[in-house]
Design a binder for this molecule. Sequence first.
Ligand code: ZN
Length: 138
Amino acid sequence: MTVEEGELKRAGLKVTVPRLKILEILEASEPRHMSAEDVYRKLMEADESIGLATVYRVLTQFESAGLVERHNFDDGHAVYEMASDEHHDHMVDVDTGNVVEFFDERLEALQRSIVEQHGFELVDHNMVLFVRRPGKKK
Ligand SMILES: [Zn+2]
């Protein structure tokens, strides 16, 4: 059994060729955050005949199973990355579309304290900062 097969089984998913191929692509993904179209393009490059509809379906299954996380960095454009135990947030360069990951404990603590002031406990959060290099005009 390969590592990927084990991951699928642990996530409660049957091992199928499309699932295996898509999982391999996401794990090797560079850039780390890929849209369904990006995954589809990689499959085409590797001569895998897996349709875009299947890619969407498998990514949704992966998301439900907790294997991947989905982000919407701009309107309607979802990207996926392998789920990890280590939390991080994102900033997106609005000029290049590049995604930068960051983690700052001050920010985490501040969010927890704000939430507590409102009588809640923090379950999850999703932060995306939209950024631009100084000097770059719109
Ligand atoms: Zn990320």
